[in-house]
Write a protein that binds this ligand. Structure first.
Ligand code: HAS
Ligand code: CU
Length: 546
C-alpha cells in the first residue's frame, strides 16, 4: 500500500485536531500581543467582557499556547505520520475519533472557567491558588485522551509487526510511539496531582492541600512535557527534512538511540524547576541537575545527525566550504526555511536551558523574565516554528489545495525568527537585571529605571510575532478555502545512509527501555515523594487572589 492510501482514513481526524490547535494559537497570539504591549508601557486593556486582568490574560495565553496548540497538533500529526510510515492504516479509526471528542470535551470543560476568570492560576496551576474544579477535570480529560492516542499507536505497531516479522519498525512510526510512551509515563505525576489532590480539593471534598507535594508532582510531568512538544519537531527534522532538502538521514541507529535516551531520561529531572523550593534535599536537586545535563546528550546527538544530513545535502548542491552548505539548502521552500530557522533558534534556546540548570545560576535567573526568554526560543520557536513549517505541507496535503501563498509563508517564517530574536534577547537581558516574570510590570512599585530602555523591545518583538502568527493563520485559512491549484505531493521519508537494517535489534525494542524509564523515575523521585507524602499535612486552604 502507498503511504498516501494508508494515511487517507486519517486525514479528516488530523484536520479536526489542526482546527482546534490553530484556533488556540489565535487566542495565544492575541493575548501575547496585549502582554507585550503592556510591558512596552501601553497599559493593559482589561475589560469585564474579555480579559478581566493582565493575569487572566497570562493564564489564557499559557494554557492556549503550551497546552492546547501543542497537544492538539501533536495528537493530529503523529498518528498521520505513523500511518504513512507503516504504509498501513492505523487500527480502529473509531478509537481515534472517540479520543478526539474526549479531548475536545475536556478542553471545553476547562475553557469555561478559564475564559470566565475562574481559573486565573497560570498554566502551572500552583496550589494553593485554586481554580474552579471544571478546569482541573477538563485538563485531566485531555491528558486521558493523549493516553488513548498512545494506545492506538501501540496497537497499530503490534499489528504492523505481526505482518512484518523481523523488520525494523519504520523510523517515523517508531519515534512517534516513543514520544507518546515517554509522555504517558511522565504524565502520571500530573494525573496523581489532579486526581488525588487538586480535584477533590477544588470540589471541597478534602480540607486542604500541600503546595510543595503538588508542585513536585506537577514538575515530574512539567519537565518532560517540554520533550513531548519537542520530539514531534525532531520527528520532522530526522525523517522528513533530510529528504525535503534533497539529502539523506545520516544515521538511523543514532536517531533511534537518541529517542530511546529521551524515553529514559526525560522525566527524572523535574526538580530543576524547584531549585528554589524549600523542603527538598539539596542532594536530590544536585542529582537531578546532573541528569539535566545527561538529557542534553540526545539533543547533541540530534544536532550532530541533523547537521550531518543537512551538510551532505548542501554539498550535493555544490557547496564546498565549511559553512556555505548551510546557505545552499532550499531556503525558498517555506516548509524548509521555517524549520531551519527553528533549528537555529534552538541552538541558542537549548544553551539557555543549560544555563538555567546549575544550582547557583538558577538562583539568579529563576522567576525572572530570563526564563520567559528561554521558553519562547524553545517551545515558542524551535517547536512552534517547526510545527508551522510542517503545516505548510500538511494543510495542503489534507485539503488537496496548494498553499495559498509561498511568498507570504516565507516572509512569515522570517518575521517570526526576527521578532523572536528581538523579543527574547530583551527578555533575557531584563531577567538578568532582575525583572520578575508573570508580573504586570507597569504597575510594579519596585519598577527599576534600568528596565526602561529594554521594555519597548518586548513590545516591538511581541508585535512582530503577532503579525507573523496572524499571517500564518491567514495563509492556512485561505489555503483551506479559496486556493485553487492542486496540492503538491506530501514529502516522503528520508532514506538513511546507515540503514535501518544496520540498527541493532535492541534499539528497536521498547519494553526493556520502558522498564529502565520507570526505574529512573523511582530512583530520582522515590525518596523525595515518599518523604513529602509521609510528612504532608494537607491543610493549605485554597486561595483566590484575583
Ligand atoms: Fe527548558 C524552564 C532547562 C530545553 C521549555 N523550559 C523551562 C520552561 C519551559 C521550558 C516552558 O534547568 C518554563 C517553565 C515554567 O513556566 O516555569 N530546558 C532546560 C535544558 C534544556 C531545556 C537543560 N526547555 C527545553 C525545551 C523546551 C523547554 C526543548 C520546550 C520545548 N528549562 C530548563 C530549566 C528551567 C527551564 C533549568 C527552569 C528555570 C527556572 O528556574 O524556572 C535542554 O534539554 C536543551 C538541550 C538542547 C540544546 C540544543 C541542541 C540543538 C539542536 C538544533 C539543531 C540545529 C541544526 C541546525 C541541525 C543544547 C538539536 C544547525 C545549523 C548550523 C549551521 C549550526
Ligand atoms: Cu525543565
Amino acid at each position: 500500500m502507498t503511504p498516501d492510501a494508508a494515511a487517507a482514513p486519517e486525514k479528516r481526524l488530523t484536520g479536526a485536531h489542526l482546527w482546534v490547535a490553530h484556533v488556540a494559537l489565535l487566542g495565544g497570539i492575541v493575548t501575547g500581543l496585549l502582554q507585550g504591549l503592556e510591558h512596552a508601557g501601553f497599559g493593559f486593556p482589561a475589560s469585564e467582557y474579555f480579559l478581566h486582568t493582565y493575569y487572566h490574560s497570562v493564564s489564557v495565553h499559557g494554557v492556549l499556547n503550551v497546552l492546547v496548540w501543542t497537544t492538539f497538533f501533536i495528537c493530529g500529526f503523529l498518528p498521520l505520520i505513523s500511518a504513512r510510515a507503516y504504509a498501513m492504516p492505523l487500527v480502529s479509526p473509531r478509537l481515534g475519533w472517540l479520543t478526539f471528542w474526549l479531548m475536545l470535551a475536556g478542553l471545553l470543560i476547562a475553557a469555561v472557567p478559564l475564559v470566565n476568570d475562574a481559573a486565573t492560576v497560570m498554566f502551572t496551576f500552583y496550589a494553593p491558588l485554586q481554580a474552579h474544579w471544571a478546569f482541573y477535570i477538563g485538563l485531566t480529560l485531555v491528558v486521558v485522551g493523549t493516553w488513548l492516542v498512545t494506545a492506538r499507536l501501540a496497537l497499530s505497531q503490534r499489528a504492523w509487526r505481526t505482518a512484518h516479522p523481523g523488520v525494523r519498525t519504520p523510523l517515523a512510526a517508531f519515534m512517534s510511539l516513543v514520544t507518546m510512551i515517554m509522555w504517558t509515563i511522565a504524565s502520571l505525576g500530573l494525573a496523581a496531582e489532579m486526581l488525588l489532590m487538586l480535584i477533590p480539593w477544588s470540589l471541597g471534598l478534602v480540607r486542604g492541600t500541600d503546595p510543595l507535594l503538588a508542585r513536585t508532582l506537577f514538575w515530574l510531568t512539567g519537565h518532560p512535557i517540554v520533550y513531548f512538544w519537542l520530539l514531534p519537531a525532531y520527528v520532522s527534522w530526522y525523517t522528513l527534512i533530510p529528504r525535503q532538502v534533497g539529502g539523506k538521514l545520516f544515521s538511523d541507529p543514532m536517531a533511534r538511540g537518541s529517542f530511546l535516551l529521551f524515553l529514559i531520561l526525560s522525566a527524572p529531572l523535574g526538580l530543576h524547576h524547584q531549585v528554589a523550593d524549600p523542603g527538598i534535599h539539596e542532594g536530590w536537586k544536585l542529582f537531578q541537575a546532573f541528569l539535566t545535563f545527561a538529557v542534553f546528550f540526545p539533543s547533541l546527538l540530534t544536532f550532530f545527525n541533523v547537521v550531518a544530513s543537512l551538510e551532505s545535502a548542501g554539498r550535493a548542491r555544490g557547496a564546498t566550504g565549511w559553512v556555505n552548505w548551510f546557505f545552499r539548502l532550499p531556503w525558498g521552500d517555506p516548509s524548509v526555511a521555517a524549520q531551519l530557522l527553528a533549528m537555529l533558534m534552538f541552538c541558542a534556546g537549548g544553551i539557555g536551558g543549560l544555563i538555567n540548570a546549575p544550582y547557583n545560576v538558577n538562583l539568579v535567573v529563576h522567576n525572572t523574565t530570563y526564563v520567559v526568554g528561554h521558553f519562547h526560543t524553545t517551545v515558542g520557536t524551535a517547536v512552534t516554528l517547526t510545527y508551522m513549517g510542517i503545516a505548510y505541507w500538511l494543510v495542503p496535503y489534507l485539503t488537496g489545495r496548494a498553499l495559498w501563498s509561498r511568498g507570504l509563508a516565507l516572509a512569515q517564517s522570517w518575521l517570526w525568527f526576527v521578532g523572536m530574536l528581538i523579543f527574547s534577547i530583551a527578555l533575557h537581558q531584563l531577567g538578568l537585571l532582575g525583572m520578575p516574570r508573570r508580573t504586570m510590570i507597569s504597575q510594579a512599585a519596585y519598577f527599576q529605571p534600568e528596565w526602561g530602555a529594554l521594555l519597548p523591545w518586548v513590545g516591538v518583538g511581541g508585535t512582530l510575532l503577532f503579525i507573523s502568527g496572524a499571517l500564518f493563520l491567514l495563509n492556512l485559512l485561505l489555503t483551506a478555502t479559496i486556493s485553487r491549484a492542486a496540492a503538491p505531493a506530501a514529502p516522503e521519508f528520508a532514506e538513511a545512509s546507515a540503514a535501518p537494517s544496520e540498527t541493532p535489534a535492541v534499539l528497536d525494542r521498547l519494553r526493556p527501555w520502558v522498564v529502565v524509564a520507570v526505574l529512573f523515575i523511582v530512583i530520582a523521585y522515590g525518596p523525595t515523594l515518599a518523604r513529602l507524602v509521609a510528612t504532608s499535612r494537607l491543610d493549605a486552604p485554597g486561595l483566590r487572589v484575583w
